[in-house]
Design a protein around this ligand. Structure first.
Ligand code: NAD
Ligand code: DAU
Length: 393
């Protein structure tokens, strides 16, 4: 059933050898607290940073919800520059102990008396699936809003103490700390044009409303306390380790099992796809060169309707188009997302380097090569979720 010859269709990308990654200048050593690092983008980001920056330390705080998977990080679990802590970003006591350093000392995690207190936070931790937020918004409020506020407050307490930084001084190259909030293009809502960082926010789902609240809390902590916060808003990612509830991995794994691929509504909703490593490259650059208090859109200008995307995917996989099954639409389904990326391109010199075709083929190859990874997920609680979402749709 699984076609090994798919690799012949690869357009310059292979799922094993990764890609030519341009070097970014390493400005200062960093001690990162990465939250949600066992999920899709977080695990890709940790791999990227470990490879790119030989003097950066990473602590990964992840609650291991259904979407968190330590298998994603198995190859680096013994790396001395990486450590994993199972915990909730909304746990004020735990987060406080990480910022104060008490947690590391109490758990003998500082063998060389290294100071592992974070000077950088990269907040990926979130409930991330729109459909699940429509079934039950509560965990989205807890993690995406309250969790972000707990992190912001700990950063404020431990980084600023009773002081505030002067936002008018040129802190760009001297700043010791950055709180990077990984937000989303969904905060802007649906559009017929393109959203810039100045566009009004108009979220439509419980997921995007919770991400918008977190995004605005970051703004408030910058304005009120001068906490050095940067917000990034990225479009739809594709790549390895994505949980198969999302369209692309759901479609790939269903196609591999010759099961129908559910397309919501008329299939003409548009998403702008970016390879996950391009997102990671952008976040790395933002950490090094981004300005506190700023927002950066990240996208690759690769818009596709869902139908176009699935036609292309089935073609790459050499599977019949008849696997497509139109099903009832997602309530409140945003028609189109599109971002203007002039700011990050002009100010930081970032641009995407992976083509959509190459990224799609590399992603298909990864799922082909990691069958036990997704089969294990699909045979667990996921089966109940899938049945609830799709069996009577
Ligand atoms: P994901 O669902 O794959 O991973 C989320 C991770 O967060 C999981 O490992 C989970 O265990 C962890 N987590 C959840 N609640 C937690 C809590 N309370 N405390 C600690 N850890 C917790 O998500 P993803 O697709 O990798 O997205 C990561 C971030 O990027 C999210 O903030 C999302 O909003 C944002 N984002 C995603 C995309 C995309 O296309 N996937 C695009 C733009 C922005
Ligand atoms: O735009 C960034 C966002 O992209 C992130 O903030 C979210 O965390 C991430 O989940 C993603 O949200 P989407 O809702 O766009 O992604 P999803 O893969 O769920 O759906 C992509 C499109 O495909 C969307 O128009 C809905 C549609 N769809 C999705 C599923 C799961 C289907 O037609 N059928 C499906 O079974």
């Amino acid at each position: 059933m699984v076609r090994r010859d798919l690799r012949t269709k690869t357009q310059g990308l292979s799922s094993k050898t990764q890609y030519p990654i341009p070097k970014t200048q390493n400005l200062r050593p960093k001690t990162l607290l990465v939250t949600g690092g066992a999920g899709f983008i977080g695990s890709n980001f940790i791999h990227y940073i470990i490879t790119e920056h030989s003097d950066w330390e990473i602590t990964n705080l992840d609650k291991l919800t259904y979407a968190g998977n330590l298998e994603n990080l198995q190859d680096i679990e013994n790396n001395p520059r990486y450590r994993f802590i199972k915990g909730d970003i909304a746990d004020r006591k735990l987060v406080g102990a990480l910022f104060s350093g008490e947690y590391f000392a109490a758990n003998s995690l500082t063998p060389n008396t290294q100071d592992l207190r974070p000077n950088i936070v990269v907040n990926f931790a979130a409930e991330s699936h729109v459909d699940r937020s429509i079934l039950d918004a509560s965990p989205f409020i807890e993690t995406n809003i309250k969790g972000t506020q707990v992190l912001l407050e700990a950063a404020r307490t431990h980084w600023l103490g009773s002081k505030t930084q002067d936002p008018t001084s040129n802190t760009q190259d001297l700043r010791p700390n950055i709180f990077l909030q990984v937000s989303t293009d969904e905060v802007y809502g649906s559009t017929e044009g393109k959203f810039s960082e100045e566009s009004p926010l108009s979220p439509n789902s419980p997921y995007s409303a919770s991400k918008t609240a977190a995004d605005l809390l970051c703004h408030a902590y910058w304005k009120t306390y001068h906490l050095p916060v940067i917000v990034t808003r990225c479009s739809n990612n594709l790549g390895p380790f994505q949980f198969p509830e999302k369209l692309i991995p759901l479609a790939i794994t269903n196609a591999l099992e010759n099961k129908p691929i559910p397309i919501y509504g008329d299939g003409l909703n548009v998403r702008d796809w970016i390879y996950v490593l391009d997102h990671c490259r952008a976040l790395d650059l933002v950490l090094q060169k981004g300005k506190p208090g700023e927002i950066y859109n990240i996208a690759a200008n690769q818009e596709k309707t869902n139908l176009e995307l699935i036609h292309r995917l089935l073609d790459v996989m050499d599977k019949p188009q008849s696997l497509i099954k139109f099903v009832a639409d997602r309530p409140g389904h945003d028609r189109r997302y599109a971002l203007d990326i002039t700011k990050i391109t002009r100010e930081l010199g970032w641009q995407p380097i992976y083509s959509f075709g190459g990224a799609l083929t590399a992603t298909v190859n990864w799922y082909l090569d990691h069958e036990s990874w997704w089969r294990q997920i699909k045979s667990g609680d996921y089966a109940k979720y899938y049945d609830r979402m799709y069996s009577h749709r």
